[in-house]
Design a protein around this ligand. Structure first.
Ligand code: ADP
Length: 279
């Protein structure tokens, strides 16, 4: 079960306003009338009609969520949620932050949203410690997706490399992945072979899911998708390396503004493999 859910979650580096998903989540404030950070970026990209619709909503309480249309955004909807301001951690911040993710997902599902992108709520101006916020985000979304099948992809969008690694660590922790599973050396050689086969299948499934997500998010088609997934799955030693591989590919797609059908060139695959296996 945890494996199947992991395949419905991905992490990308980039700008949430550019995500081609059904809904993006906005880290708003209680007025819902726009501010800086990701909120400002979303209002700028969506255009003035978004503010107009927000005015009519009468604000939003911390830990709650409200939904509007996406206007000029590629996303059809914006889910506005208000994260807690960090106050030392004893004012219910963790629970309020978890509530933002839960309520956003519930509201999105009520509009038949299948794909949704989240920023790292509360980790900018609101000062929530990044690693703690990311772990809450990943745990809450994983728990929700485990219970509810309707969202097919939840994407965590991060603005910097540090956050990106924290998401991968949090995903590995939540999936219960031991960095180096102990006890293997005591098993029979046949068991080890079977384990290797199982590990390949799990990593391959993860990579297939993430490549599909990259195709959906950017509206592209990777012509050599199957061969690429196979090469990456053989090279990646674990889920973290597999995520690093698809993240490197995602960055390449963004930076090169890839559109339409694309065959990922061999020299790029070689570069991805270098990144993937780097310690
Ligand atoms: P909050 O007030 O909830 O802390 P902020 O907008 O200040 O919200 O920051 C939330 C997170 O969103 C931060 O980690 C910030 O780096 C990130 N962020 C800012 N702009 C964007 C963007 N365009 N796309 C994705 N993430 C963004």
């Amino acid at each position: 079960m945890a494996d199947a859910v992991t395949n419905r979650i991905s992490v990308v580096e980039g700008d949430i306003t550019q995500q081609h998903v059904d809904a993006i989540v906005n880290a708003a404030n209680t007025t819902l009338l726009g501010s800086g950070g990701v909120d400002g970026a979303i209002h700028r990209a969506a255009g003035p009609d978004l503010l107009e619709e927000c005015r009519a909503l009468g604000g939003c309480q911390t830990g709650e969520a409200k939904i509007t249309k996406g206007y000029r955004l590629p996303a059809r909807y914006v889910v506005h949620t208000v994260g807690p301001v960090w106050n030392g951690g004893r004012k219910g911040e963790d629970e309020l932050l978890a509530s933002c993710y839960r309520k956003s997902l519930e509201l999105a599902e009520s509009q038949e949203v299948k794909t949704i992108a989240f920023p790292a709520i509360s980790t900018g101006a609101y000062g929530f410690p990044l690693a703690r916020a990311i772990l809450i985000a990943v745990k809450t979304v994983t728990e929700h997706l485990t219970r509810s099948p309707s969202i097919t992809q939840a994407v965590f969008v991060c603005h910097n490399d540090r956050a990106f690694r924290m998401y991968l660590d949090a995903l590995a922790e939540v999936a219960g992945e031991p960095a180096n599973a102990p006890g293997k050396r005591e098993r029979e050689a046949g068991d080890a072979d079977r384990d290797r086969g199982d590990a390949y299948a799990a990593i391959r499934e993860q990579i297939d899911g993430q490549l599909k997500m990259i195709e959906a998010v950017h509206g592209i088609r990777i012509v050599n998708c199957d061969a690429l997934a196979d090469t990456l799955a053989r090279a990646a030693g674990d889920r973290t390396q597999a995520s690093r591989a698809t993240a490197a590919l995602n960055s390449w797609v963004v930076i090169n503004n890839i559109r339409g059908e694309i065959e990922i060139p061999d020299d790029m695959i070689a570069r991805i493999l270098e990144q993937t296996t780097k310690k």
